[in-house]
Write a protein that binds this ligand. Structure first.
Ligand code: PLP
Length: 408
């Protein structure tokens, strides 16, 4: 009898993954970094030194540092976040995770069950949305402005939900270089949002993984620093600032939350070599490394803005981001970006269609997200030119009147 393995699978699983087909030539998706920005020499030196000094600790399940992850790395994170985001913490507030994706999974797991509702920004990280969907969690999108979440819309939405006896557990937000819009929420807006969270009693889950990549390296205080209680759960990552394949992220929260997460983080600890190496690297090189990375990203951003203006002109509407790795673009109603993404992928150009990056898929039909961090400069220029040709071949040249003004 032949084996029908499908019939054995848990019926609640998401759809199976597609087979990996390799990196496209014109890669404008994902949170990849540029190969040229990996600080190889410094990482080799840190790996060498730290393995010689602490390598024998690999015999332990991290017991030398405790289940929350490498203590030196947690010390670095505390000092860095105090200095950069005004966050007052100690090492008990920090838990190292395998990328911030694991942080998302862990935080979701301690707070959410199927049928629960959370609040999200109307355009947000596709990976966060798919996680919620897979858990059977509903989400309500809140309008965004150039200054971050619209406070009035947030309050109206929560009021309406409460009337229906629905009490959202948390607001998931990416306030500092928002994914995908690139906006930075002002400090004033953060206070307003926090006030609403206190009034209607929901938590704030602050995902700050792009916060280090601001061109002028100046940021508003983190939500986490604006309240004394445990209302804010914060997560960060070294994926965007050093390398995504390190798979090192972290959760910052009050001990009640950290201790609850520890009770379900049953992977025996996140990879220890990476943490040791990173602790050494960061204490010596982080500031200098990020300074150069941000300079290079800004150059690539300028190149992509220039290419979009040249090839798409006023057909592409977007704000020039103040940092980060992507541009969020609105195209005319005649252009379906999901269809464009399929046609473009066949020619080796990958883009994120807007429908995967919004709470209401219809609102993203004519939008796309383009990442500029990974491709080299000439590939960006060439790829945008090819993308515009494919777009016009498929959808025609839309009629647009007037010039666009770009906000920065
Ligand atoms: C907003 C946001 N959060 C979390 C992640 C996950 O990153 P990682 O698991 O590599 O830290 C990403 C990746 O693109 C992201 O954009």
């Amino acid at each position: 009898m032949s084996l029908e393995i499908e019939s054995f699978f848990n019926k609640d699983l998401p759809v199976s993954s597609a087979k990996y087909t390799g990196m496209p030539k014109y890669n404008f998706i994902g949170g990849n970094n540029s190969k040229d920005n990996i600080p190889i020499n410094e990482l080799i030196e840190s790996a060498n030194q730290t393995l010689k000094k602490n390598g024998k600790n690999l015999a332990l399940y991290g017991h030398n540092s405790g289940p929350q992850g490498n203590l030196s790395l947690r010390n670095f994170i505390c000092a860095y976040l105090k200095d950069y985001a005004d966050m007052e913490l100690n090492t008990d507030n920090v838990l190292i995770t395998s990328g911030s994706l694991q942080a998302l999974d862990l935080v979701n797991s301690i707070f959410l069950k199927s049928g629960d509702t959370v609040l999200v920004e109307e355009a947000t990280y596709g990976g966060a949305l798919s996680r919620l969907k897979n858990k059977g969690v509903k989400y309500e999108g809140i309008k965004l402005t150039e200054d971050g979440i619209c406070a009035a819309h947030l309050e109206d939405t929560v009021k309406e939900l409460n009337k229906k006896n629905i009490f959202p557990k948390f607001l998931y937000t990416i306030p500092t270089v928002q994914n995908p819009t690139g906006t930075i929420m002002s400090e004033e807006r953060r206070f307003e949002i926090l006030k609403i969270a206190k009034k209607y009693n929901f938590l704030i889950f602050e995902d700050d993984c792009y916060a280090d990549l601001i061109w002028n390296r100046s940021r508003p205080k983190a939500f986490y620093s604006l309240t004394e209680d445990s209302r804010v759960i914060y997560c960060g990552s070294f994926s965007k600032s050093i390398a995504p394949a390190l798979r090192i992220g972290y959760v910052v929260a009050g001990w009640e939350v950290i201790s609850k997460i520890l009770s379900i983080k049953n992977d025996g600890g996140s990879g220890a070599i990476e943490q040791m190496m990173l602790a050494d690297f960061c204490s010596k090189n982080y500031a200098k490394h990020v300074e150069k990375l941000v300079r290079d990203l800004k150059t690539k951003c300028d190149i992509m803005v220039g290419a979009l203006e040249k090839e798409f002109g006023s057909v592409a509407e977007f704000s020039v981001p103040p940092g980060g790795i992507f541009i969020w673009i609105t195209l005319p109603d005649s252009i379906d970006t999901k269809k464009l993404s399929i046609i473009a992928a066949e020619k080796g150009i990958t883009i994120n269609p807007g429908c995967e990056w919004v709470s209401n898929p219809d609102s993203g039909m004519h939008k796309m997200r383009l990442c500029f961090a990974n491709p080299e400069i000439d590939i960006i220029t060439e790829g945008i030119k090819k993308l515009s040709s494919l777009c016009y071949e498929e959808f025609g040249v839309p009629e647009i009147s007037g010039n666009v003004e770009r906000t920065v």
